[in-house]
Design a protein around this ligand. Sequence first.
Ligand code: AVW
Length: 248
Amino acid sequence: IYKWHHSGLNRWHGRGSTADFQKIIQERCDDYTQQIQPGARSRNCQGIKQAFTSAFISKDPCKATKEDYKPLLDLAYTTVPCNKAVFWSKTKELAHEYAKRRGLLTLEDTLLGSLADGLSWCGEPGSPDLNYQSCPDWKKDCRTNYFSVFWEALSERFAENVCGTVQVVLNGSIENAFDKMSIFGRVEAPNLRQMVTLKAWLVHDPGKPPSDSCSGPSIKELESILNQRSVRFICRDNLSRDQFLGSY
Ligand code: AVW
């Protein structure tokens, strides 16, 4: 029992790697480069798949660093045009719907975000394969796992590269709409460039009163992070989902 639990493929508490991970990456990459960015310089999807898998294969799944993903980011990172970027925190579905309706772009609309969206992956030291049984869970196993570090590294690059007026969709139905421990709070907001304007939307669940507002302490904290970086800030609150997606 001890051996099975502590050295087996089943030892972690998170979801295992997605079946056919490498095949899905290759297919999504081919689709993206052919359909989403027609006419763009053709991308070497085999090389991208290779760079993605070699970032984590055969490595200790709890010892991920941003540097592990640097070759992949340098090879495949795609920028977003000025005024088009949308960030989100605890509002993934809503932010995606908003971006789609307005012709704006979330991280998951960039090449690397779209490749990894919804997948999970990790390797196993000394093995050329992915671990399809289990992967480290952020809370129960380790924070420096390859899944979490990928989203952090990619989010950092995304935030560093956005320009113009960018937006963030925040959840007005939780106590702290701005969560300084989230990726948006820890990684994205602190990496926006000077001259960027951030427009925050606080959207609450239908039929419920809002739990946070633009004048609450969590948004004040966001403002102070942005002030230090000379990022301008605009905030709109008290919006229902329909108001937000509709006429505003
Ligand atoms: P959260 P965060 N697919 O809702 O501010 C699967 O508190 O932390 O929002 N998992 C993902 C994805 C994805 N596409 N993206 C992030 N994660 C993980 C990237 C990640 O570990 C976008 F640009 C994250 O902590 C957003 O502005 C958690 O799921 C920002 O980061 C979602 O937690 C959202 O991250």
